[in-house]
Ligand binder design. Structure first.
Ligand code: UDX
Length: 452
């Protein structure tokens, strides 16, 4: 099989199937990335990817050339990025390029082309038409018979990408042709039945013996992906809105989340109030849904509100700082965490970046720390006038206040007595409700959480 695109989704998918015994050719137009991977260097931070690559290396090939990868494969996964354009619509440049190349190198042998990239509803049909209009002469006469397009949306979370690939809560396959289902059900069988020996570093969770599979048409599979992400984003914006009310009436959002989450119809996950969601998916997919709605003359009221609440929440954190410090200009503020969530170095749509920008505009001096995202921060945001500290204790030194933006375990385990002694002030704004309020209050910190 071949996998086009070696980001989180592509690499994880390819490594999963290589582990299950398939020969996998990775294709990427980024020469540097391919060179790195050939040399077993992972271009981003993601737990266990390196271990897995080493484990299955003999089943892998890496290339910048489409020709051989497409000719040899019977299944081709398209895993290229679809970042938002300036209007919030997914940019399909990478997808189009991949589809054109597939059309160019199809060779008459039946192939299933699987879209794993998040494409707008109707994207699969569109990939099919791009392939058909770019078919090489050899395949033109056989048009439509030597390939089918399917959708297999990806639900992996950054930070636990491989775990989610081996132990998904469901597998969704969308296609308008039975041959696609036959091929893909066979491919996914070991995951569906959990009939593989787990990798040493990824033990199977207790009680998991089978994974449900949903087979549906192309557009439904595509919409399942968007609806999932939008629903998760909705849960977080919902709890954040209730958290803001908690602050007014004197309630505690952690108790509210517990109290509603025990209702199995609601569920306890994704009810942590804080600075709100970020990352490469929720912002992009909710924006795309709003745009998709517009194209069909629909206003997506709930999703628009979810977005609005989320981006306002980043401002709420700054208001909290103002409420306690009164004046921010000239004060030194330390930012604990830059990544949009722990266990990743990904800074896409990270709340930390917005918070930093606003505080700089208001004249604060900023110091920042993150356990793994500092290199990315330096290369992407070199224009921001902040002090970057590799050492967290050096960062907190002389700060008037700290804002915890990313709930890395490392921050929960800090020596807070030491922090208290080296800080200039004593204000902690806990943007994730991650720290121990009682412990911090005993040490004479002024602790401010979210919704409490
Ligand atoms: C998400 C989806 O979970 C995944 O299924 C999809 O494939 C891609 O998008 P990811 O972006 O990796 O995954 O992160 P996720 O763990 O879902 O967290 C998203 C954001 O929500 C993070 O910024 C996180 O800090 C925030 N979050 C999450 C909350 O603020 N509160 C919560 O209760 C949960």
């Amino acid at each position: 099989m071949s996998v086009i695109g070696t980001g989180y989704v592509g690499l994880t998918t390819g490594l999963l199937f290589a582990y299950l015994g398939n020969k996998v050719i990775f294709v990427d137009i980024d020469r540097q990335k391919i060179e790195k991977l050939k040399n077993r260097v992972i271009p981003f931070y993601e737990p266990y990817i390196e271990e897995m690559l080493n484990l299955v290396y003999s089943n892998l090939e890496f290339s910048t050339e489409y020709k051989e990868a497409i000719e040899k494969a019977d299944i081709i996964f398209i895993c290229v990025g679809t970042p938002p354009d300036k209007d919030g619509k997914p940019d399909l440049t990478g997808l189009t390029a991949a589809a054109k190349e597939i059309g160019r190198y199809l060779n008459g042998k039946f192939k299933v082309i699987v879209n794993k990239s998040t494409v707008p509803v109707g994207g699969g049909n569109w990939v099919e038409s791009v392939i058909k209009t770019n078919l090489n002469d050899k395949c033109r006469s056989n048009q439509g018979h030597n390939f089918v397009v399917a959708s297999n949306p990806e639900f992996l979370r950054e930070g636990s990408a491989l775990y989610d690939a081996f132990y998904p809560e469901r597998i969704v396959i969308g296609a308008d042709n039975n041959r696609a289902f036959e091929v893909l059900l066979e491919l996914f069988r070991p995951i569906m039945n959990q009939s593989f020996n787990p990798p040493p570093f990824l033990p199977r969770p207790n009680g998991l013996s089978a994974v449900p599979i949903i087979t549906t048409n192309l557009v439904s599979a595509e919409l399942i992906k968007y609806a999932s992400n939008a629903f998760l984003a909705t849960k977080i914006s919902f709890i954040n809105e209730i958290a803001n009310l908690c602050e007014k009436v004197g309630a505690d959002i952690k108790e509210i989340a517990k109290g509603i989450g025990l209702d199995s119809r609601i569920g306890s996950k994704f009810l942590n109030a804080g600075v709100g969601w970020g990352g490469s998916c929720f912002g992009k997919d909710t924006a795309a849904l709003v745009e998709m709605g517009k194209e069909y003359g629909l206003e997506m009221h709930i999703i628009e509100a979810v977005r609005k609440v989320n981006y306002l929440q980043r401002k709420r954190i700054i208001e909290k700082l103002y409420e306690k410090l009164k004046i921010v200009k000239g004060k030194t503020i330390g930012i604990l965490g830059l990544a949009f969530k722990p266990n990743t170095d990904d800074l896409r749509d990270s709340p930390a970046i917005d918070i930093i920008r606003t505080l700089l505009e208001r004249g604060a001096h900023l110091k920042v720390h993150d356990p793994v995202a500092l290199d990315n921060f330096r290369s992407m945001y070199s224009s921001l006038n902040v002090v970057v500290n590799e050492d967290v204790y050096q960062m907190v030194e002389d700060c008037d206040a700290l804002i915890l933006v990313t709930d890395w375990d490392e921050y929960k385990e800090l020596d807070w007595e030491k922090v208290k002694n080296i800080m200039a002030g004593n204000l902690i704004v806990d943007g994730r409700n991650a720290l121990d309020e009682e412990q911090l209050s005993k040490l004479n910190f002024k602790y401010v959480g979210v919704g409490r």
